[in-house]
Structure formats: structure tokens, C-alpha cells
Design a protein around this ligand. Structure first.
Ligand code: FES
Ligand code: MG
Length: 571
């Protein structure tokens, strides 16, 4: 290594401090010569048995370590808070920012020259990238990879997406409880994360589109030997990145974010990508707004035929050629000069790739949806914006005016939705309040609230739903999300009452509450803020300092970065 690396400030001296740093590291079995100035590569591991999507990381990391060693680096593994989607209550999103703080401080405080970020489950990817971005060392992401396709009684089933469908079938009385249970084992049949284009696959695609992962990273299944090879190559590459001082800030430019938004449209990615990408941009100081999502994504066709928008799954996507093929297909919409972790441009990375299945990755002239992406809605109901994913919605409902049926909280919704006397029909709009960042707290994935049982039994399968919540990336429906400001801080959503008329016009990007300003002012005067359940500890800090969805729901004091300098010794 031609220059003195950061880790040498720990390991390179002759004084008592260097003695301490080296001596204690030696109890890992390290000989003297590993402290000779070679790159020390931190491997940030989100392994946890409570995050089943990342539970195979103990095996995967061995391949990363082998790659680091082959390239002449010293690999050191460190664990961080594992933000698992399927178990964490009240929602993993509440802890994304906490995990990012853990990652940031662990990187900065330690003798590390470059970082491999091992991500998989939904929130693990953004939390790692956010934390690393605030330190700005050379960093590369390796995803754990998706599960194999779910298989249930001869048919293919997708993570999440088929849970929502089966659950509605049970509520509608067309699927037995016994069959519902049998589907559990069939859905998650290998290590890996959700294999639909849910948030995990979306964020794996986004980091690849941003240039933060090696080409092909997004789609390779967790159990395919190619995933292990990719891990090994990732380990080798980070050593080169340290030599080149290829830091995150050189890759995370506005052009890279624009590419990621366009790729999200092309793959029919999750609405959750909106808050995550805004939060990552916030950490790097890159200008990016909610409206950029509409601006960059508006005319991008969805060409990836994956659930929930289409019919295939990540395993099929891998066999078809993976994300580089999608990027090649929409190359005219991308900034091909954007730099990536390979040291090459996006354009160079996707040269010569081939589509092996044009029913999975569709040609541009027969897309799944002509304008995919995310639509950003505004109006007196969402002055700071709200979003909808048109490719997951019912075309006939995208322009709709109807009566609101209001649920004040998620508990109110649960107590009321199946009441046979509830005054609701398929033309109503379901409005759910107090499920935003501060309200829930943590902005839970409850925006795709299940329809009333009596309407499901009539065969109704979609209705307009509006909330300040998020929805799972595996979900679908005409669902307006992330309404800002949220109800819990007194946003207009808080003022909606049963029977009010609401107008949704996706093409016109409009969300309008048909109640006059004077009446709204009276209602606002009567409104009182809900009292948070938890006021101490991290959750207390979170509700006090969390920002709104339109700026990424980060904690306000985490915006920006502090670099990676640490002036003081510990002893
Ligand atoms: Fe972990 Fe879906 S629950 S990726
Ligand atoms: Mg999810």
C-alpha cells in the first residue's frame, strides 16, 4: 500500500497504545506481519437468528474473508444491530435509524480502512448504507440473496404477496385454515430474503443501481454457489477500493440516485425505497427530493415481470440475467458515466449482457406498465406529499371520488373493519390515521389494510386506501401511502371525518379533501396531539426527533456525515 492507511494510526506505532491495539488483536490468532500496513477490512455482519433472512451470513462471510485475504487485506468481522422485518415489533422501520447509528459509530471508532456491508432483509440494507455514508470510507455491499421460489402444491408462491392473497381468501371463506397453515412451510423453503420484488429485493437492486455492489448482486439466490463466488469477489474488490481510496461519496452522486430511481421504476420496486433513498441521500448531502422520485421515475416502464406487480420471482430473474440486463434495457434513461465500486462506469459494467428470458425481463415495447415508478401526489390532504405505486394499483380506481371511512388508529381499524354494521361499500375510501413515523411509532407497514370481510365475501379485492403508513414491498392495491405531514403531528389527514369526500387523481397527481378551509381550521382548533406510548429510551428519542416521510424519516440529528477521523486515543 503506497500511503499510510487509517488503521496504522492504531497498529503502526511503537508506543503503549500501539502495543495495546496489537496485543489484544493477537488473541484472535493474528501474527505480527498482519499489522504491516495492509488494508484492514471491516465486515459488517447483520447475522441474527431473529432475522431469518440473514441467518445464513455465518457461512457467507467465510467467502468474503477468503477474498479479502487473497487480495492481501486483513478481514475483521463485527456485528451490528440486525433489523429483521418479520419479527421486530412495533415495526423494523422504528429501528432502521438505530441500526444506522450502530454501523456509523462502529466503523468510525475502529481501526478499519474499508468496509463490506452484509445486508439482506429489508431494513438491513438502508441502515448499513446510511451509517457507512456518514463515515465515508471505501464501502461495498454484498446482499445475502433471495430465497428460492416458494412452491405450494404444484404452484409457485411468493414471499409476502401470497400471504396477503391467502389471508384474504381465508377471510372470504374460499381457503381453509388447514391449507393456510400448510402454505407456511412451502413459502420459505431455503435461506435468503423475500424472493418477490419486495423491499429486500428492491434495496438489493437499488444498491446495485447506485453502483455500491458488484454487477449481478441483486438477483443471485442465497443458496447458489454464485452467491459465494460473488462474496469472494466482493472481498477481493474492497481491498482494491481502499488502494484507490474509492469512497462512498465518490459513488453516491445525484446521477447515481437518479439511476436508482429509474431502475426502481423498471423493476417495479417497493414504495419503501422512497424513504430509504431519501435518507441515504440525506447522509451524503446529495440534493434529492420526494419530487425527484416522480421526475426521474415517471416515464420509466416496468419491464421486470416479478410479483407483486407481475408473475415471476427472483430465482427466475437470476436465470434471465439479473439486474444488469434490466439496466441495459433502459440504458438510454441512465447516466452511464456514473462511477461504481468496480472502478468502472455503469456503462462499462453492463456492456455485453444478455437477456435469457424475455418473459421475465420484458422488452421495452411490451412492458408490464408503460409508466412504472412512484407517483407523488399533492393536495390539501398531503401538502408535503404522498405516494402511490401505480403498477400495483387497479387502473379503474386511479381516478376516484368517494366517501371516507375513517379509522383513527390501527386499533380502531382492527376493532371496526369487520363490524357488519360498518357503513362502507366498494366506492368508499378507507382512511387510516396515526400510523406515520411519530404516530405508530415507526411508520409501520399497515397502509395496505385488509378490506372489510363483508366486501371480500362479495368479491371486492381492491379499494382506495389512504394513510400515513408504509406498506410491505410485497403488497399491492390502490394504496396511497406516506401522507405528509402525518396525522400525529397535526397534518390534514388528522382532520378527515367519516363521510367527507376525497378525490384521488393519480394522473393529475392530486389528493384532495373536499372540505372547505374554514371548516378545516375549526377542526384543527379542536385537534389535540396523541400522547406517545413510549417516552423514554431510544423510542422516546425517536418520536421526538424523527423527520417526516417526505425527507426520509431519518432522525434530524443524523442528517449529514462526520467523516472518519478520530482525533483521540482511548488510553
Ligand atoms: Fe426479511 Fe422479507 S422479511 S426480506
Ligand atoms: Mg417487507
Amino acid at each position: 500500500m503506497s500511503r499510510k492507511l487509517r488503521s496504522q494510526h492504531w497498529f503502526g506505532g511503537l508506543d503503549k497504545d500501539a502495543f495495546i491495539h496489537r496485543s489484544w488483536m493477537k488473541n484472535n490468532g493474528l501474527p505480527d506481519d498482519v499489522f504491516d500496513g495492509r488494508p484492514v477490512i471491516g465486515i459488517c455482519n447483520t447475522f441474527s437468528e431473529l432475522t431469518p433472512c440473514n441467518a445464513h451470513f455465518r457461512g457467507l462471510i467465510e467467502h468474503i474473508k477468503a477474498g479479502v485475504l487473497e487480495a492481501g487485506g486483513l478481514p475483521v468481522e463485527f456485528p451490528v444491530f440486525s433489523c429483521g422485518e418479520s419479527n421486530l415489533r412495533p415495526t423494523a422501520m422504528l429501528f432502521r435509524n438505530l441500526a444506522s447509528m450502530d454501523v456509523e459509530e462502529a466503523i468510525r471508532g475502529n481501526p478499519i480502512d474499508g468496509v463490506v456491508l452484509m445486508a439482506g432483509c429489508d431494513k438491513t440494507t438502508p441502515s448499513l448504507v446510511m451509517g457507512a455514508a456518514s463515515c465515508d470510507l471505501p464501502s461495498i455491499v454484498i446482499s445475502g440473496g433471495p430465497m428460492l421460489n416458494g412452491r405450494f402444491r404444484g404452484r409457485t408462491i411468493g414471499s409476502g404477496t401470497d400471504v396477503w392473497k391467502f389471508s384474504e381468501d381465508v377471510r372470504a371463506g374460499v381457503m381453509s385454515q388447514k391449507d393456510f397453515q400448510a402454505a407456511e412451510s412451502a413459502m420459505s423453503r431455503s435461506p435468503g430474503h423475500c424472493m418477490t420484488m419486495g423491499t429486500a429485493s428492491t434495496m438489493a437492486s437499488i444498491v446495485e443501481a447506485l453502483g455500491l455492489a458488484l454487477p449481478g448482486n441483486a438477483a443471485v439466490p442465497a443458496v447458489d454457489a454464485e452467491r459465494a463466488r460473488l462474496a469472494r469477489l466482493t472481498g477481493r474488490r474492497i481491498v482494491g477500493m481502499v488502494a484507490e481510496d474509492l469512497r462512498l461519496s465518490k459513488i453516491l452522486t445525484r446521477a447515481a440516485f437518479a439511476n436508482a430511481i429509474r431502475v426502481n421504476g423498471a423493476v417495479g420496486g417497493s414504495t419503501n425505497a422512497v424513504v430509504h433513498l431519501l435518507a441515504i441521500a440525506g447522509r451524503t448531502g446529495t440534493p434529492l427530493s420526494l419530487d425527484d422520485w416522480d421526475r426521474f421515475g415517471r416515464d420509466v416502464p416496468t419491464i421486470l415481470n416479478l410479483m407483486p406487480s407481475g408473475r415471476y420471482l427472483m430465482e427466475d430473474f437470476y436465470y434471465a440475467g439479473g439486474l444488469p440486463v434490466v439496466m441495459k434495457e433502459i440504458a438510454d434513461l441512465l447516466d452511464l458515466d456514473a462511477l461504481t465500486v468496480t472502478g468502472n462506469s455503469v456503462g462499462a459494467n453492463i456492456e455485453g449482457v444478455e437477456n435469457f428470458n424475455d418473459d421475465v425481463i420484458l422488452p421495452r415495447d411490451r412492458p408490464l406498465t408503460a409508466s412504472g415508478g412512484i407517483a407523488v401526489l399533492r393536495g390539501n390532504l398531503a401538502p408535503s406529499g404522498a405516494i402511490i405505486k401505480p403498477s400495483a394499483a387497479t387502473p379503474a380506481l386511479m381516478q376516484h371520488r368517494g366517501r371516507a371511512v375513517v379509522f383513527e388508529t390501527i386499533d380502531h381499524y382492527k376493532a371496526r373493519v369487520d363490524d357488519p354494521d360498518l357503513d362502507i361499500d366498494e366506492t368508499s375510501l378507507m382512511v387510516l390515521k396515526n400510523c406515520g413515523p411519530r404516530g405508530y411509532p415507526g411508520m409501520a407497514e399497515v397502509g395496505n389494510m385488509a378490506l372489510p370481510q363483508k366486501l371480500l365475501k362479495k368479491g371486492v379485492r381492491d379499494m382506495v386506501r389512504i394513510s400515513d403508513a408504509r406498506m410491505s414491498g410485497t403488497a399491492f392495491g390502490t394504496v396511497v401511502l406516506h401522507t405528509a405531514p402525518e396525522a400525529a403531528v397535526g397534518g390534514p389527514l388528522a382532520l378527515v371525518r367519516d363521510g367527507d369526500f376525497i378525490e384521488l387523481d393519480v394522473a393529475g397527481r392530486r389528493l384532495h379533501l373536499d372540505v372547505d378551509d374554514a371548516e378545516l381550521a375549526c377542526r384543527k382548533a379542536e385537534w389535540t396531539a396523541p400522547v406517545p406510548d413510549m417516552t423514554r429510551g431510544y423510542q422516546g428519542l425517536y418520536v421526538e426527533r424523527v423527520m417526516q416521510a417526505d425527507t426520509g424519516a431519518d432522525l434530524d440529528f443524523l442528517v449529514g456525515g462526520s467523516g472518519h477521523a478520530v482525533p483521540r486515543e482511548s488510553h
